[in-house]
Design a protein around this ligand. Structure first.
Ligand code: NAP
Length: 209
């Protein structure tokens, strides 16, 4: 039960993102895969699973203090949020990543799309940087890039079974406990929730009932 709670919605969402990228023919030989919001729940699981599968993971984070953590869970390289999005949106940029897991959304997602390699894809699940997507059609019509929507809430049962099966087999992480920042009681939640909302938390927080 504890393992299932450590994985939770975030781990499930990361695993579904990897599954969708595989369906878009992503393989480890195609170059590095970007994970945005890498120290978050979805991000931490995406870094760990992709690294376990042999991908070279480029982890983007706003937390300089967590570079060591990201290396430990499998990131090959670590970049800043500004390396992914420098505040200037371009229709097309240098082709950097074969794919991306993006729980961040917003303007950074538009920037990621413009830097995906020909035929690559971005699995988008979140909105921590915003809900609007000021992208152009060029990555899609000139590079065949795909934007893959990830929804864990109404995901059909056959897909759920596939995702949990992978989480229990080849996606299974030996270092699951490393992704847990803290275990708290329900009474401690009001103190902890603001750090989550400010994007300052790392990995997963387990509530012990
Ligand atoms: N589609 C679905 O079914 C589904 C399922 C689960 C979660 N979600 C969504 O996915 C997102 C991530 O969930 P989570 O559980 O991983 O949350 P989380 O643990 O709070 O992680 C979010 C991470 O995003 C980064 N971040 C925060 N503010 C940012 C900003 N303004 N610009 C760029 N990066 C920022 C931070 O990572 P760094 O400091 O490392 O950059 C933060 O740790 C949320 O929006 C959540 O609602 C969707």
């Amino acid at each position: 039960m504890k393992e299932a709670m450590i994985i939770g919605t975030a781990g499930f969402t990361a695993a579904l993102s990897v599954l969708r990228l595989e369906e878009n023919n992503l393989t480890p030989g195609q170059g590095s895969v970007l994970v945005t919001g890498a120290t978050g729940g979805v991000g931490s699981f995406a870094v760990s699973i992709l690294s376990k599968l042999g991908y070279s993971v480029e982890a983007s984070t706003g937390k300089e203090s967590e570079h060591g953590y990201l290396k430990e869970i499998g990131a090959a390289t670590i970049v800043s949020r500004e390396d992914v999005y420098d505040g200037k949106l371009r229709a097309l940029g240098k082709q950097k990543w074969s794919g991306a897991v993006d729980p961040v959304g917003g303007e950074p997602l538009a920037s990621v799309l413009s830097q995906i390699k020909y035929g690559g894809a971005v699995a988008v699940s979140g909105l921590t940087a915003g809900t609007s997507l000021p992208a152009t059609v060029f990555p899609f019509i000139l590079r065949g890039v795909n934007l893959l929507g990830i929804d864990s809430v109404n995901c059909p049962m056959d897909t759920r079974l596939k995702v949990w099966h992978r989480l229990a087999t080849d996606f299974k992480l030996e270092h699951l406990e490393q992704l847990v920042q803290q275990e708290i009681t329900i009474e401690e939640l009001p103190d902890v929730l603001p750090t989550l909302l400010k994007g300052e938390a790392r990995g997963r927080t387990i509530v012990k009932l």
